[in-house]
Design a protein around this ligand. Structure first.
Ligand SMILES: *[C@@H]1O[C@H](CO)[C@@H](O)[C@H](O)[C@H]1NC(C)=O
Ligand SMILES: *[C@@H]1O[C@H](CO)[C@@H](O)[C@H](O)[C@H]1NC(C)=O
Ligand SMILES: *[C@@H]1O[C@H](CO)[C@@H](O)[C@H](O)[C@H]1NC(C)=O
Length: 286
């Protein structure tokens, strides 16, 4: 009996020791696990430590951005520049196109704000180049046409972003800059299916935001171009251009031809119209 009692005591003791050892090992294991998981987060931290080098690499990409600055909307251009430079990891060079009499105002604004450290160059747009190519009502906003002359404005640059002064960029501009431009294409635009101007067109002229709203698809010359009628129009205020290709295709010259045609057409229509209604025409600026 006593023998059996002792046996039971030994078994109980052994069981307790076993449990203790097991528990200890479990603790050890959880320690190891804990250490491993902290190792994992250590690796995570190390990766984060590497981050400061990553932008270093990104900084190698230089992004040339052309933006126009109209005197009475200078704040818009400044806000656009600020939004780009404060959201990018890359080096951006701003080519700010403006009129001669706005240069000083612009320079003062930039140099006396936190933008004084951005890389920028102020370019003078000479409205003389538009002589005979724009309508009377367009002469008050010559900078609208500056985008047509990009290769002349920045001769040494191949790939460039053009932005209107009413744009705010919330992401990194380098992503836009990396947009691939197909071989043989001078620029990449984004589709514009819902802009204010398109909506205005829909209501105002009864047309639509897609090509069929702008072109007369009953004409064969239009159909021959092979443009799908359902394609949305594009936003001319944001694009990425390949100026080498632009020069190769004489895009500036081609645009000028269309501008001249527009002026001719309007003046032809005005002459015709005025021959019928003289009094009303004295009110027109031509
Ligand atoms: C540009 O402005 C400066 C100073 O405001 C003036 O001296 C110069 O003649 C102007 N140039 C042209 C081409 O208008
Ligand atoms: C720009 O166009 C030229 C001529 O077609 C081409 O050789 C060049 O690779 C293009 N560059 C870019 C950045 O797309
Ligand atoms: C572009 O213009 C130049 C000079 O004005 C001319 O020699 C060339 O033939 C033109 N190229 C095209 C593709 O129109």
């Amino acid at each position: 009996m006593t023998c059996r009692k002792v046996n039971i005591a030994i078994i109980v003791l052994a069981a307790v020791v076993f449990l203790l050892i097991l528990h200890h090992n479990l603790l050890g294991l959880s320690d190891i696990l804990k250490r491993q998981s902290s190792d994992v987060s250590l690796v995570g931290f190390q990766r984060i430590d590497f981050l400061p080098e990553a932008p270093e690499e990104k900084k190698l990409v230089e992004v040339p951005v052309v933006i126009t600055a109209v005197e009475n909307r200078l704040g818009g251009a400044i806000a656009a520049i600020n939004s780009i430079s404060s959201n990018t990891q890359s080096t951006v060079t701003f080519y700010i196109v403006t009129m001669n009499d706005t240069k000083e105002h612009l320079r003062t604004w930039i140099s006396e704000s936190k933008l004084k450290n951005v890389k920028y160059k102020i370019l003078d747009f000479d409205p003389q180049v538009l002589e005979g190519k724009i309508r009377a009502d367009e002469r008050v906003k010559p900078l609208t046409f500056a985008r047509f002359y990009l290769p002349d404005l920045i001769p040494g640059v191949e790939k460039v972003i053009y932005l209107d002064d009413d744009v705010i960029v919330q992401g990194d501009i380098v992503e836009l800059y990396k947009t691939p431009i197909k071989v043989g294409h001078a620029a990449a635009f984004s589709e514009d299916c819902d802009s204010v101007t398109s909506k205005y067109l829909v209501r105002g002229a009864g047309s639509q935001y897609n090509y069929i709203g702008y072109f007369d698809y009953k004409k064969e010359t239009i159909r021959k171009l092979g443009m799908k009628a359902s394609t949305c129009s594009f936003n001319p205020g944001v694009f990425v251009a390949n100026l080498t290709e632009w020069r190769r295709q004489n895009i500036t010259r081609q645009l000028e031809k269309w501008m001249e045609l527009d002026v001719e057409l309007v003046s032809y229509m005005a002459t015709y119209f005025c021959s019928k209604m003289r009094d009303f025409c004295s009110l027109l600026i031509l």
